[in-house]
Design a protein. Structure first.
Length: 577
């Protein structure tokens, strides 16, 4: 430091990131920033390219395995990195520039994994599109993002072709096929041919760590889906945290099977974490049935899986029905999130396979790891039932993520495990604004992100979700907008009003139940309502049942009071499918 008392520096002030002395620009104090001492570390950008280069140097022999339409595909990180280089070059040849959005419309596979790194490392933005969304939402998402290129799995082409006429910005469609047959040039370019024609070497640009690396849309509960844009810095920090023992504890010796789709919140960061640590990666393709997953886990000696409760629950049921058919002895970590982990699933995995499920909470907007439930060592003396109760909570906020709960009146609530309010979070991998969205103002409060979840936090810091501020129906880890369904039903000329609630379903966790008030004198049946909805909403959004009620209960301000309906129909028997 220049001597603090020296007249030369005594009146310095910070202006626009530079230091000024005695009112005039002199030189930058190399050691101080205002009154704070500067750390003398390199300003090294936190970008995904460092993970790619790390894999190239250190993990060339590790395997990446994919289940494809034609069988198991297997290669090494060495092959992978070489193909990523070619893909980056191919995109450049197609005219993709820094900042361009490159969409994927694909299941979990080695090619999708290649795109996950080639696109951001060449400076463009990977936009993973949820192939399960309704057509109009898909068209909106592609157009809003302004995607220039889209990579489409051959198996998803029939869906893509339906929305293609509505897409305004796509210049190149690249088809990823497993069968080796040439792609019809009228449909698009062939992924493999593109790579074969690309240069083997690619010079990756040095990127600012704040550069956008990826993009993902929320499921759009009311109105259009909202766009979340990730930065390299956010993903790198998230990855470092995810790998730590206090969170997911993923390491080089792991074999990871990501059941959670790569289009859902970055597959919970598993592709990045695997890459950083050099873990063996297993991709299930579109084959998510338990009968497909169980042998994959057994044969590849998978140690770590991640999925929503519906899928992990279905896997568990399958394994239970045929005890000993598939060995799960390699499993050491089962990550469950996206919806609350049911107690019987948690207990079942422990009793039958000796693995405590790691329960995690997160959102597309939180990259997603917001909190993870790992018991503290100080809980060791607690009775087993208390420990079990804690395991079912959503856990502690991740390192670098801060959490608070707020009352409707905007007051911070105590951490007593009783008071509940809206969960709000902030941190380096928490969204600061949605991309190009007029709803931004209502989603943030004093620099905190409003999650829309309602939670308690106990004295130890463990978060427990108790409800949602919005009444979306959670079906198999995906969201169904109750409001959109209601609006569609209320278009029926014989319907006076309708409310849709999520009701427990043994397979899907929740399914929509439509509570309909017919107009006076009208005769309506469940079949008439369902028939009316066909073509207006995605098929998987269709309510599993319709009940007719005398009136929708209202709150004091005239809003639908769905709590009352939920209570009334909580044991509603679903008709046989
Ligand atoms: P998405 O952005 O589609 O991943 O959905 C995020 C939402 O899923 C959160 O706001 C929660 O409502 C819900 N969610 C995620 N993880 C959990 C969990 N472990 N328990 C209960 N709800 C969860």
């Amino acid at each position: 430091m220049a001597p603090r008392g020296s007249s030369h520096w005594s009146t310095r002030a910070r202006l626009g990131g530079r230091l000024f002395c005695n009112g005039a620009s002199r030189s930058i104090d190399p050691l101080f920033f205002g009154d704070a001492m500067l750390g003398l570390m390199m300003d090294y950008p936190l970008t995904l390219t460092t993970f790619l280069e790390r894999a190239r140097r250190f993990h060339g022999k590790k395997e990446i395995v994919s289940r494809t339409a034609t069988g198991i595909h297997r290669y090494t990180y060495k092959d992978y990195v070489q193909r990523v280089d070619r893909l980056a070059g191919a995109l450049k040849m197609l005219g993709v520039n820094q900042g361009d959005r490159v969409a994927t419309f694909a299941w979990n596979s080695f090619r999708h994994f290649e795109i996950y790194f080639a696109v951001p490392c060449m400076g463009a933005v990977t936009h993973t599109v949820n192939a399960r969304l309704y057509h109009d939402q898909l068209a909106y998402i592609f157009n809003h993002a302004g995607d220039r290129v889209v990579f489409v799995d051959a198996s998803l082409l029939p869906v893509f072709e339906k929305i293609r006429p509505q897409l305004k910005t796509i210049q190149h469609v690249i088809v990823m096929a497993d069968d080796g047959k040439p792609v019809d040039p009228k449909v698009g370019l062939d992924y493999e041919a593109l790579l074969a024609d690309a240069p083997a070497h690619f010079d990756y640009p040095v990127l600012d760590e704040r550069t956008a690396s990826g993009m993902c849309y929320t499921s759009g509960t009311t109105g259009h889906p909202k766009a979340v844009v990730y930065s390299h810095r956010a993903i790198v920090l998230h990855t470092l945290a995810a790998a730590t023992t206090g969170l997911l504890g993923i390491e080089e010796g792991d074999t990871i099977l990501s059941i959670v789709p790569m289009f859902h919140a970055n597959a919970w960061g598993l592709p990045y974490t695997a890459m950083m640590v050099g873990a063996k990666m297993v991709w299930p393709g579109p084959f998510l049935q338990p009968a497909d997953l169980a042998p994959l886990i057994e044969q590849e000696r998978v140690t770590c899986i991640g999925g929503v409760p519906t899928i992990i629950g279905a896997l568990y049921q399958y394994l239970k029905q045929a005890p000993g058919k598939h060995s799960m002895s390699s499993l050491r970590r089962v990550i469950v999130g996206g919806s609350a982990c049911p107690p019987n699933l948690m207990m079942g995995f422990k009793n039958d396979f000796g693995v405590w499920i790691t329960h995690a909470w997160g959102m597309t907007e939180t990259t997603p790891l917001g909190s993870v439930c790992v018991l503290k060592s100080t809980f060791a003396g607690l009775p087993p039932e208390d420990q079990f109760r804690i395991r079912l909570t959503q856990g502690l906020p991740s390192p670098l993520v801060e959490a608070r709960i707020m009352s409707e009146a905007g007051q911070e609530l105590p951490w007593d495990g009783v008071a509940f309010g809206e969960l709000q979070v902030r941190g380096p991998w928490v969204i600061s604004a949605y991309f190009d969205d007029p709803r931004n103002a209502e989603c943030f409060q004093d620099g905190w992100f409003r999650t829309g979840d309602v939670a308690t936090i106990d004295g130890e810091g463990f978060i427990q979700l108790v409800d949602r501020t919005k009444d979306v129906v959670k079906s198999g880890g995906e969201w169904i907008s109750s409001v959109e369904l209601e609006n569609a039903i209320m278009l029926h000329p014989d319907v006076q009003e309708a409310a849709v609630i999520g009701v427990y379903h043994p397979k899907w966790q929740e399914r929509p139940l439509a509570c309909v008030v017919p107009k006076e004198g009208a005769t309506l049946t469940s079949a008439m309502i369902l028939e009316f909805l066909k073509g207006k909403v995605a098929t998987w959004w269709l309510p599993n049942d319709v009940v007719f009620i005398e009136g929708v209960p209202k709150t004091s301000v005239g809003k639908f009071d769905k709590k009352v309906l939920r209570e009334r129909f909580k044991a509603h028997p679903w008709p046989e499918a």
